[in-house]
Design a protein around this ligand. Structure first.
Ligand SMILES: Nc1ncnc2c1ncn2[C@@H]1O[C@H](COP(=O)(O)OP(=O)(O)O)[C@@H](O)[C@H]1O
Ligand SMILES: [Mg+2]
Length: 321
């Protein structure tokens, strides 16, 4: 039992996990875990030890995943778009100007890295970003509540008051409201957001799939009005081979030097053909291939190095060919 305790302790030290996170991941209470560590747990000690052991086992074999952010074309375009909005917002604040809201739309297929890029922007922006993920059937009321919640406002009160509180809080602040998965938004919901932006000078960015593009650009009914408020409509392209090369070489890291140039080029070509412009497929493929490469039966052969054979094996498991 002492050995298990020590193992848990060194896991936490090495992985920058907090004990409350660990307890949550094990689905036990923080106090239970703390009793375990102090050796004064009064409950079923064997069952608890089993949970700790299983947790440590799961984490011994965690997958290698993309932990970096590559400057893909998608990311550059997303940044460019939000930067535009940011400039409008800054000048609204500077000039104390409230004119019609500035909305940017970003359109692109699923899996190309929209959410990733938006989140990277949020991380890098020094002003305030409110990041909302729209869900199916989201209503204007839910949208207001979500915004209130992001602003840490008490969101149980009356809707009208809440809207006023939100506006008071946002007026002439350099805030950018980013809504992801915007294809779920009904015109009425976009319009609520638009009216908040009209009256506060904040910027609005709505990202979504081709479905969003069809809705907005159809200009039918209420969409005509919303379309006319767009200051930029950015269409994103699928990942091209340059993006793929960027991500693959970053993923391999210093191991890149272990390959012949020809071998790398062949691998990248092959991956490019299979993932068909999707960052999500690429990310799954790389994780799986590196997992196959590090299995004991393969490790002796290739020392954990990803080869084209492992990539092919991974592809059959993902069935993306
Ligand atoms: N610029 C990037 N750098 C590194 N990884 C990326 C990048 N863009 C996307 N990815 C990877 O692709 C996955 C899918 O991207 P995501 O942003 O969820 O796509 P989308 O929102 O367009 O459906 C992410 O989980 C991430 O692993
Ligand atoms: Mg997404």
């Amino acid at each position: 039992m002492d050995a298990l305790r020590r193992e848990l302790e060194s896991f936490v030290e090495n992985n920058g996990f907090s004990y409350s996170k660990v307890a949550k991941a094990m689905s036990i209470g923080t106090s239970t875990l703390s009793e375990f560590r102090k050796g004064n747990y009064k409950g079923d000690m064997n069952a608890l030890a089993e949970k700790v052991r299983a947790f440590l086992d799961r984490h011994r074999t965690t997958m290698k995943r993309i932990k970096f952010s590559a400057d893909t074309e998608v990311k550059k375009r997303v940044f460019y778009t939000i930067d535009m909005i940011q400039k409008y917002v800054a000048s609204n604040v500077k000039e104390r100007l409230l004119e019609s809201a500035k909305i940017a739309y970003i359109f692109g297929r699923a899996g190309i890295g929209k959410t990733h890029a938006l989140q990277e922007y949020v991380k890098s922006y020094k002003g305030r970003c409110i990041f909302i993920t729209a869900e199916n059937n989201i209503t204007d009321v839910t949208m207001i509540r979500k915004i209130a919640r992001e602003l840490k406002l008490d969101y149980h009160g009356r809707m009208e008051n809440l809207k006023e509180d939100i506006k008071d809080m946002l007026k002439f602040t350099e805030t950018i409201l980013i809504i992801d998965e915007g294809e779920h938004l009904k015109p009425k919901v976009i319009d609520i957001v638009r009216s908040i932006a009209d009256q506060t000078g904040i910027g609005v960015v709505i990202a979504g799939t081709e479905k969003l593009k069809q809705q907005i650009c159809s200009q039918r009914g209420e969409y005509e009005y919303l379309f006319s408020r767009a200051v930029i409509n950015m269409s994103l392209k699928d990942l091209d081979i340059k993006d793929i090369r960027l991500i693959v070489t970053k993923f391999l890291g210093s191991e890149v030097d272990l390959y012949e140039d020809k071998e790398i080029a062949e691998m990248i070509n092959y991956i490019n053909l299979t993932v068909k412009g999707s960052a999500r497929q690429l990310s799954n493929l790389l994780s799986l291939a590196s997992d196959i490469a590090s299995r004991p039966e393969n490790f002796e052969d290739t020392k954990g190095r990803i080869t084209i054979e492992y990539i092919k094996a991974a592809i059959t498991m993902l069935s993306i060919m």
